[in-house]
Design a protein around this ligand. Structure first.
Ligand code: DUC
Ligand code: ZN
Ligand code: ZN
Length: 468
């Protein structure tokens, strides 16, 4: 006996059609018109859309002083069935050892959605170069570098990024890079403090769009010189998108994503009174309105491949964490919660407003995230044999986003007060019902690790070009 979802409209990145979907043994068994009911349990999805479960390619479950996997069920409630975290390297240990420790001690038995990891470099010794050849067999196919955050373990100098790229390309590993000019940010921060700026807007003033545009272009040059595909995380500016598009037009394998808040929150939020602006302090900084439209255009036209959440929910939230910077914006911890409402926001602000369509929604929030993480089509697809991660979406729901409905653990919601049109009506993780209409109904801690494959989609044009 299986679970049969009838009468819904199935949506992929390229098509939309009415069909039934049969789940057996945690997998999608069949998609066809009029599958007989037999002895299956039947779910009627008339008037609803059927999407693959959401895949969030960019979450932080732990570092940045954020909540870990104990709050990861928030993703399920919002319709996201797989999250891909960045496993932080422990100082003095290898990326590979740190990844295993994070997976086995922080995630296993605690994670609620299924999960996978990117490696994350946080110790800048050249020992990194020796372990890259062993990463893929261990489950690391994307390797994160930060050009920003000077003076912290996150920062990596260009020369090490470049040397790593020269090796990554031989193993099908894609460098994922946070592009901001960390040196300039430090200079601008000092200047702002000297000029008496204390409020959260100082964060934007010391991380303006140009520090991102410059670092994105520099990274593109480094990648060209190293002849290595790259993926640029959380692009937020018109200039960054233009730089990526220009490289793509020249045939260079440069890819990237943006994140929900960079499409929906502008600098006016940072200027809210009573220190409220601190809620939206994150890196890169939130941008002025005109950049938001440029980034929407980039996700629509394919310059950017995905929309992640960059979920980093500070332990202590606004009152106990963000307020550490009440007299000094440089002390406000970075990060915004966002994995629960990613799909709600992208649907309401994107699909409902005509900026993207339903197929784009699946491309940007499910399929491409799975592809760039090397876990497609096990995840991110409604295909026979794929994991039965199925999101039934009711487009007729109308409500308002609020911390009151939030499972993210913080005392505020990044998207508080935004309208919500549409809701994750039923969320199945490998065929098990986990969430219904904004409530968790399944058991926590049932998430399983998904091992990624190297040579992700970021390598496909690269190899075709080489073969020509
Ligand atoms: N900036 C990052 O680079 N990562 C997570 C949180 C943030 O604000
Ligand atoms: Zn980042
Ligand atoms: Zn991040």
């Amino acid at each position: 006996m299986g679970l049969l979802i009838k009468n819904g409209t199935i949506v992929s990145s390229t098509a939309e059609y009415q069909a039934d979907l049969l789940i057996e043994d945690e997998k999608i068994k069949e998609i066809a018109v009029n599958i007989p009911e037999g002895d299956h349990e039947v779910v009627d999805a008339a008037g609803k859309y059927i999407f693959p479960g959401g895949v969030d390619e960019h979450v932080h479950m732990g570092p940045f002083d954020s909540y870990g996997f104990e709050t990861s069920h928030a993703a399920l409630v919002g319709g996201t069935t797989t999250i891909v975290d960045f496993a932080p390297q422990d100082q003095g240990d290898t990326v590979i050892n740190s990844f295993h420790r994070h997976k086995d001690e922080k995630a296993k038995g605690i994670a609620s959605p299924d999960f996978s990891f990117h490696g994350m470099v946080m110790d800048t010794s050249e020992a990194l170069l020796d372990e890259i050849p062993k990463m893929v067999e261990n489950g690391i196919v994307n390797l994160k570098f930060f050009m920003a955050y000077n003076g912290t373990p996150f920062h990596v100098e260009d020369d090490l990024i470049f040397k790593a790229m020269q090796i990554c390309k031989d193993y099908g590993i894609t460098p994922w890079v946070h592009c901001e000019n960390g040196d300039m940010i430090e200079v601008l921060k000092e200047e702002a403090v000297k000029n008496g700026v204390t409020k959260p807007i100082g964060h934007y003033l010391s991380s303006p769009p140009t520090v991102e545009d410059e670092a994105v272009q520099r990274l593109i040059y480094l990648a060209k010189l190293a002849d290595c595909p790259v993926f640029i995380v959380h692009n937020t500016t018109e200039g960054a998108c233009e730089n990526i598009k220009r490289a793509q037009d020249q045939g260079q394998p440069v890819y990237g994503e943006t994140c929900t808040h960079y499409l929906t929150i502008d600098t006016s939020f940072l200027e809210k009174e009573n220190f409220e602006g601190a809620k939206w302090v994150c890196g890169p900084a939130i941008r002025p309105k005109e950049h938001l439209e440029a980034v929407w255009k980039a996700v629509k036209d394919g310059t950017l491949m995905g929309i992640g959440s960059d979920h980093a929910a500070c332990v202590g939230g606004f009152e106990k964490a963000k307020k550490r910077g009440i007299d000094d914006f440089t002390k406000i911890p970075n990060g915004v919660p966002g994995m629960q409402d990613r799909l709600n926001m992208v649907w309401t602000q994107g699909v409902e407003k005509g900026r993207i369509n339903r197929q784009d929604f699946v491309r940007l929030c499910m399929e491409n995230p799975a592809k760039v993480c090397g876990i497609y089509p096990q995840k991110g697809a409604l295909l026979p044999g794929s994991d039965a991660d199925v999101l039934i979406w009711d487009p007729n729901y109308e409500g308002t986003i609020s911390v009151e409905n939030s499972y993210e653990g913080t005392d505020y919601n990044t998207f508080e007060g935004f309208p919500q049109k549409g809701i994750a009506d039923k969320v199945f993780l490998r065929g098990h019902l986990m969430a219904e209409r904004g409530k968790l109904v399944g058991e926590k801690g049932q998430g399983q690790y998904v091992k990624p494959q190297p040579y992700t989609v970021c390598y496909s044009n690269y190899h075709q070009k080489k073969a020509e």
